[in-house]
Design a protein around this ligand. Structure first.
Ligand code: ADP
Length: 446
């Protein structure tokens, strides 16, 4: 059973546009912008410089306080900063000519610009709007703007504030939805990973149990086999010592020869299986000829292949040697041969044929396992090496064979690829580096 685990997932920051370094950079540049006034104003103004310098001080204070503030304090700092920022900007406008100032045109857009800068905080546009409104309203008693002018500015500011708040809300909703889907995706991926790991563990446990079971069954077969063999030998000697007609003697000799061959076959199968179930983990990688490995796998596979077709092995004895764990490679080959038998059986190919060919390609030895079955359908081909991908029923396929086989071959610096033969049928291609004395790869008992 997959245990449910608590998974820590990243959350979207409440206030992700932190003032920090950006504020400090802006604070450094701001007083220097006074130089621009050379081009836009008749003369440089000290009060305009002071308005900018005060704004810069406010920005530095914001950056410093923000570092150590709690989440709630940060919100308040941002709101205060938006209100103060609009105040300083309007002070700049005031000191550079009021309605005649070259900077006045940006005033109606201030709430929108603020909302754009701090989109997560919808109050920022409101704070800026209020700050601007207060300064504009103060112009009426000060006599620098008429009531009608102030009312006109206020209505523009009101609309800009409204759209700023609306934009911020839209942004927050989109960010929340994005965050939610990110969390959901991460949760799904984690659960999928857990499920896969769990399935893999169950499969390995099952395989280990089957291995142990096979080992004990083999032991059980070996003992009676030994005395059956001894008894048959005894019966053979006794019977053939009797006076018999030539015809009967020949017949009996054939019967005993067949029985001996049958028993040797049983013995061979038991020995092969024993090798597979036992020394798999203990065996070290070594330099060996592929011919022996192919023969081992072919002998075992022939039990399965017999009912579906013929097996042809064309692996020249003079193929260069490779550095591998022979049992592991035999396991890979056996797996490919059993897959080929399954494909031939399922497609009911009348004259099924599986071929194992060996050849040299540059500095690599190539082993081809080919069959004249249906081959790989286009939708199956890209997924063949995925763990747990199988087109067989649950009682027949685990979907682990090819993925494990590829992993094993790659451990020895080789590769395993699958393709369809142009003439029809499947082809699995194992490539292994030719062994060069003194260049043994990392030793592995795997
Ligand atoms: P399993 O044999 O447990 O299904 P594998 O990883 O060995 O797992 O194989 C995955 C799939 O690849 C099989 O289910 C089958 O669809 C396909 N396959 C493998 N070998 C052949 C082949 N020789 N011909 C056609 N299809 C094959």
């Amino acid at each position: 059973m997959a245990r449910e685990r608590h998974v820590r997932l990243p959350l979207l920051d409440k206030v992700s546009t932190t003032p920090g370094r950006k504020s400090l950079v802006f604070a450094a540049v701001l007083p220097l912008l006074t130089l621009l006034d050379v081009f836009t104003l008749p003369s440089l103004r000290l009060d305009a410089f002071l308005a900018r310098a005060s704004w810069a001080v406010e920005l530095v204070a914001l950056a410093l306080l923000f570092e150590h503030a709690s989440e709630k304090q940060r919100r308040l700092l941002i709101l205060g900063h938006c209100a103060l920022g609009s105040f300083f900007y309007l002070a700049l406008v005031y000191t550079t000519g009021g309605l005649e100032s070259p900077y006045v045109h940006l005033v109606p857009t201030l709430p929108l610009l603020t909302a754009f800068t701090y989109p997560e905080e919808s109050g920022s546009a409101v704070a800026c709007g209020i700050g601007c409104a207060l300064v504009i309203m103060a112009q009426v008693p000060m006599g620098t703007a008429s009531f009608a002018q102030a009312a006109g500015w206020l209505s523009i500011l009101g609309s800009a504030t409204f759209f700023g708040v609306f934009g911020s809300n839209q942004f927050r909703k989109a960010a929340a939805a994005q965050n939610e889907s990110r969390l959901e995706r991460a949760r799904r991926e984690t659960l999928e990973k857990l499920a896969r790991a769990e399935l893999k563990r169950t499969q390995s446990e099952r395989l280990a149990t089957v291995g142990r079971l096979a080992a004990s069954v083999m032991h059980e077969i070996n003992n009676p086999l030994a005395f059956v063999r001894a008894n048959i030998h005894f019966v053979e000697t006794e019977v053939l010592a009797q006076p018999l007609s030539a015809e009967l003697r020949q017949e009996l000799e054939e019967v005993f020869a067949e029985t001996r061959a049958g028993m040797e076959r049983i013995q061979q199968i038991v020995t092969d299986l024993k090798g597979f179930s036992h020394s798999m983990d203990a065996e070290e990688a070594r330099v060996c000829s592929l011919g022996e490995v192919v023969q081992d796998a072919a002998r075992l596979a022939s039990i399965r292949l017999k009912s579906v077709g013929t097996l042809k092995v064309e692996v020249p004895a003079e193929l260069p040697q490779v550095f591998i764990t022979p049992r592991r490679l035999a396991q890979v080959l056996l797996n490919l041969l059993v897959n080929a038998s399954d494909a031939l059986e399922e497609a009911r190919v009348p004259q099924g044929e599986v071929r194992v060919r060996g050849e040299v390609l540059g500095k690599r030895v190539v082993l081809l396992v080919e069959d004249n079955g249906p081959g790989f359908p286009p939708q199956v081909l890209p997924r063949l090496f995925e763990s747990f991908f199988t087109t067989k029923g649950p009682e027949k396929g685990t979907g682990l064979g090819l993925s494990i086989s590829r992993e094993l071959v790659e451990r020895f610096g080789g590769s395993l690829i699958a393709e369809n033969r142009p003439e029809g049928g499947a082809r699995l291609r194992i490539e292994l580096p030719i062994h060069e004395p003194g260049h043994e790869p990392r030793k592995s008992g795997a």
